[in-house]
Design a protein around this ligand. Structure first.
Ligand SMILES: Nc1ncnc2c1ncn2[C@@H]1O[C@H](COP(=O)(O)OP(=O)(O)OP(=O)(O)O)[C@@H](O)[C@H]1O
Length: 193
């Protein structure tokens, strides 16, 4: 029976970095479930790799078809940005293991959709100061840095990942990403065990 590893954490805790590394692991054999978003593509991103990029009309069409597993909406400085998972016919939890990035709320919905025993939460944590520095460094390298959005996300993270919400979601295990190699080793051991 397959399982779905659900990566979560505040902004710049290293979700994308760890996602890429875990996919490379030959012992884990994790497959991608590429989420969908209506936000504009960032420098270095590629259609169908980090996300499938669509627009509001695309989201509404998929929702009408009953194919949206979970959806999150963010009122950003640049308008409404949605992030969502689509049951687009490629998810085979009987035979395959998957890796996906999401939020606490989307984890709860996905675990409700596929079954809690099939969805394994992996919550990443990094000291707030270190995390803000990493976010700033990353944004600075973008062609058009969006510092306002960085600040908005940093502030909303505290609410989205409050201790109360973590408890409510039933997430007990946390993984510190101060050091990438240690963090990866710890996650790999947890998933395989
Ligand atoms: N252990 C680490 N040590 C130092 N830098 C790291 C580490 N992990 C990730 N980073 C760097 O921190 C930045 C944020 O990482 P990443 O983009 O993977 O985070 P994220 O959680 O996916 O962020 P967001 O949710 O904002 O998209 C990147 O520039 C990445 O290279």
């Amino acid at each position: 029976m397959g399982k779905m590893v659900y990566l979560m954490g505040k902004s710049s805790t290293g979700k994308d970095t760890i996602y890429r590394e875990l996919l490379k692991s030959s012992s884990l054999q994790l497959k991608k479930i590429v989420p969908y978003t209506t936000r504009p593509m960032r420098a270095g991103e590629k259609e169908g790799r980090e996300y499938f990029f669509t627009d509001e009309a695309g989201f509404l069409k998929l929702q009408d078809e009953g194919r949206v597993v979970e959806a999150r909406a963010y009122h950003t400085c640049y308008g409404l940005w949605r992030y969502f998972t689509v049951d687009d016919g490629h998810i085979d939890l009987e035979n395959e293991n998957y890796l996906i990035i999401g939020t606490l709320e989307s984890y709860i919905k996905t675990a409700g959709y596929f079954g809690k025993e099939k969805v394994i939460p992996v919550l990443l944590e990094v000291d707030d100061g270190v995390r803000l520095q990493r976010a700033l460094d990353r944004e600075w390298r973008q062609e058009t840095p969006k510092y306002e959005e960085l600040c908005r996300r940093y502030l909303s993270d505290a609410e989205d990942f409050s201790e109360e919400k973590i408890r409510e979601a039933g997430v007990t295990k946390r993984f510190s990403n101060e050091n990438l190699e240690h963090c990866l080793a710890e996650i790999e051991e947890y998933i395989s065990g």
